[in-house]
Design a binder for this molecule. Structure first.
Ligand SMILES: [Fe+2]
Ligand SMILES: [Fe+2]
Length: 199
């Protein structure tokens, strides 16, 4: 499955143009995203301790996300980007409202949400890498490949958890994710829509 085929809609050009201009602000949110990716993986390990295969895969994934966090911090220091507090955007909380909160269903939804978030990150790193200068271009090129592996990992587990249901459910959640990532957004973030007043 490719990134393009899993996402409900591509990132609008207006988001990419803004990101190229506002890359400093984006880096701060990006550092937060890497921490959040590690922490979501840990939360999933705590939720399903009996699934040893999932636990091991997520443990590795969480370590990788923390390494990404360290890489982003290093680049922020090199480019003299200060850490500023940002309130969370609407993306993660908006997506969370669509997820079932108990099983059966919760595990599949959490895995699919992970797949969609990783796929969107991968798509955006791919769009940004050629538009930015070193060291950001190189970092984003490398991260694009990691996030592609992560989205595949989440999709593979989702497929195994609910062979008959995962695809239809993915389509439904992808529609919601695409809306959050493409509709005008008052807060500019790594997973936001393009800047503009909310419709
Ligand atoms: Fe990452
Ligand atoms: Fe990731």
């Amino acid at each position: 499955m490719s990134v393009g085929s899993i996402l409900g809609a591509p990132t609008p050009c207006a988001w990419v143009d803004t990101a190229v201009e506002r890359w400093r602000e984006l880096l701060v949110d990006h550092a937060n995203c890497e921490k959040k990716a590690a922490s979501s993986a840990l939360a999933l390990m705590f939720a399903y301790p009996e699934d040893r295969r999932l636990g091991l895969a997520l443990s590795r994934l969480a370590r990788e996300e923390l390494r990404h966090f360290e890489q982003v911090q290093k680049v922020m220091a090199a480019l003299d980007v200060a850490f500023t507090r940002q309130k969370p955007g609407r993306y993660a909380s908006g997506l969370r409202t669509q997820l079932r909160t108990s099983d059966p269903g919760r595990k599949l939804d959490l895995l699919l949400a992970g797949a969609l978030i990783e796929a969107r990150s991968c798509e955006r790193f791919r769009l940004l890498a050629p538009r930015l200068q070193a060291p950001l271009s190189g970092l984003y090129e490398q991260l694009e490949q990691s996030e592609a592996r992560h989205f595949e990992l989440y999709v593979d587990f989702a497929r195994a958890v609910a062979p008959g249901e995962w695809e239809g459910r993915l389509r439904a959640l992808a529609l919601c994710e695409a809306e959050l990532a493409t509709q005008p957004d008052p807060d500019f973030r790594f997973h936001s829509g393009p800047p503009g007043p909310e419709l």
